[in-house]
Design a protein around this ligand. Structure first.
Ligand code: XMP
Length: 366
């Protein structure tokens, strides 16, 4: 039977009303379609008893908090921006393991929400958790920041609120259908952005200067490559740490590693950049035995090398379900125009394009 958004909204509204009674709900919106849809449903259910907040964790894109709040205002929902970047930066300082970074992010996220809920008198937390979030977290594939009960955490005991997850059995395409049904076109159109935001695009230990470069590079990538991809992003590595011979020519190894997928689990490996001649659809396939033997999860091609400095990686993917993804073979001229703009950012030493599909790479870098 075809998915019916009106039935889902009706039953979710009824369920929220019966669960919360007259209590207040806090909702953390991210600007993504999942939390926006959950929030719009809860708004229908309880109106002003819903208190929406946007946590500015310090890992948002340029102008993002203000833009998201203004889009919510257009649909009649007020959102409070809560600036908490300092405490996120402090807690994450010196942590380089990708899963550990995600776990620290999650801990800070909920501890901020727990204090806010208490201060604002909210007994419930509304989340936009969808099926892949808890499936991947439970399966040990990657820790999503918004999963609690499904991994045995009792939110009431730990944080003082009960959790409402009206979308927890849905997949992304179904959420988009519900979003359009509710008139949330701006949110349904936005490309996915991970909960921990730009944190997972600064590989290794957090570095605020790399984060500054990343914010600028992300804006440029989105401006240039949105039309060519389902999702496009940037990542900023400290630089290049060495060279390596491969069966199809010499490459450079980036200073940090990045995640990939092996079978059903997440793997962590090295990132290699090849000369631009390797920019062909077949390259990764040809290199795959070498990658497996040498623990390499990503293959890039180098667009520009200025000298010492950060290595910025551009990533664009085409995907239906985000479980697998292809890399679009974007014309070189477009990539070079974008790379030249990125190279103007202070501190950038080289710019690369990631040509690895998922698998063997993941979409994000951590
Ligand atoms: P990966 O990197 O696993 O990404 O290939 C698949 C899709 O999921 C998004 N993503 C996340 N979304 N919280 C989210 O809400 C997260 O922690 C998270 N990590 C990855 C990613 O942007 C891509 O669309």
């Amino acid at each position: 039977m075809a998915f019916d958004p009106s039935a889902l909204v009706l039953s979710a509204v009824a369920e929220i009303r019966s669960l919360v009674g007259g209590e207040r709900i806090i909702s953390a919106v991210s600007g993504g379609v999942d939390s926006a849809t959950a929030t719009a449903i809860a708004w229908r259910a309880v109106g002003n008893s819903l208190h929406a907040v946007f946590l500015d964790t310090g890992f948002m894109r340029e102008g993002e908090p203000e833009e998201v709040v203004s889009e919510f205002r257009k649909i009649g929902i007020n959102v409070e921006i809560v600036r908490v970047s300092d405490r996120f930066y402090r807690s994450l300082s010196g942590i380089s393991d990708p899963e550990e970074k995600r776990k620290v992010f999650r801990r800070e996220f909920y501890s901020v929400l727990s204090s806010l809920a208490r201060e604002r008198g909210c007994k419930f937390l509304l989340q936009g958790t969808i099926a892949p979030d808890w499936i991947e977290t439970k399966g040990g594939i990657k820790t999503q920041h918004n999963v609690l009960e499904q991994i045995g955490i009792d939110p009431e005991r730990e944080f003082g609120f009960r959790v409402l997850e009206p979308l927890k059995d849905l997949y992304k395409d179904q959420v988009r259908v519900v979003a359009h049904y509710l008139g949330l076109d701006y949110f349904a159109r936005r490309q996915p952005f991970p909960g921990p935001g730009l944190l997972v695009r600064v590989p290794g230990a957090l570095d605020l200067d790399r984060l500054r470069v990343l914010r600028r590079a992300t804006s440029l990538v989105e401006r240039y490559l949105q039309a060519y991809s389902t999702q496009c992003l940037a990542s900023v590595f400290s630089g290049i740490k060495g060279s390596a011979k491969t069966p199809i020519g010499d490459g450079q190894i980036l200073s940090e590693g990045a995640t990939g997928v092996m079978g059903d689990s997440r793997a962590f490996g090295a990132v290699i950049s090849l000369p631009l001649e390797a920019y062909r659809r077949e390259t990764v396939q040809e290199l795959s035995p070498f990658m497996a033997d040498n623990g390499i999860t990503r293959v890039l091609v180098k667009l520009i090398e200025k000298g010492e400095g950060y290595a910025v990686v551009i990533r664009a993917v085409l995907t239906e379900d985000f479980m697998t993804a292809d890399v679009p073979m974007i014309e070189r001229d477009v990539l070079m125009d974008l790379a030249n703009k990125i190279a103007e950012i202070d501190g950038v030493g080289s710019v690369h394009y990631d040509i690895t599909p998922k698998p063997p790479a993941t979409i994000e870098f951590e």
